[in-house]
Design a protein around this ligand. Sequence first.
Ligand code: GLV
Ligand code: GLV
Length: 334
Amino acid sequence: TKRRILIARAIHPDVVAFLKQHFEVHTNDADTVWSPEQLAQQLQGMDGVLTTSSERISAQVLAACPQLKVVANMAVGYNNFDVDAMEQAGVQGTNAPDVLTETTADFGFALLMATARRITESEHYLRAGKWSKWSYDMFAGAEVHGSTLGIIGMGRIGQGIAKRGAYGFGMNVIYHNRSHLSPALEAECKARYVSKDELLQTADHVVLVLPYTPESHHTIGAAELAQMKPTATLINIARGGIVDDAALAQALKAQRIAAAGLDVFEGEPKVHPDLLTVPNVVLTPHIASATVATRRAMGKLAADNLVAVLGGELPLTPVNTPDATAKSLRWNSE
Ligand code: GLV
Ligand code: GLV
């Protein structure tokens, strides 16, 4: 008999068809965001699940689903997983890195450009019929080419943004990260390691691309915003919670920094109400990896992970190494 898997949200139909060749597939045709209780209920009897960032895999969910063996996230970030609980429960987790790197770096740069050059703000003005005459300083923004780009979080996506800035726009690239890149990678990215303080004080554009962890919570709060140049922009394509959104809204309102571009939010899909009323912020609904090809590729990688693990092979992109004893209990309970 085929193993049973749940696809927790709607995904590209090609990937659903592929999974149906391997498994008994259960889907969420209404594409509802299930509560933890609903998710646990839908997971009854399932060997594996394909999740997105909207499904939280908690200790409670794992305890309620003793047959579950693998959780494949269709995202590079996996802060929706309780990794410790998955270790202890013997459940394999996987993520979807690499396939989204260049696409997400493109978007980071798009958001930087839109923010620096005030593209959405000026479009709103035009659509509202307010354009009656040209003036020399109308929507005058911040320079991008030749400016200093500060990247916090220098994983693959951060490196992609660094290269776009250095090679495409002649930017001076500085970065801060938990660890230094190798000299070879630093040379390839034309990027120089600096302290967080130096980065905040000298960058014209600060881009956040680090994973969300308890340590990265509020990496940017009121104190960090106060360190930034009044002409600087802040771009967050990482995760909500890395920025203190209330403090950022205040800083934007008071023009303590020039502008921000945000793809992710604390408590999304809710957005801090003050961010919705300040003009100098570009807001997008967590779409940095959203191209047709990349969303399909992310789904396929998650699917390949399910096929590997449930076929007794090693996962392609694991995020944990489950406890062997707990794991064998899950596999032998059938
Ligand atoms: C998207 O936010 C991802 O983590 O892939
Ligand atoms: C994070 O792991 C990245 O790909 O940047």
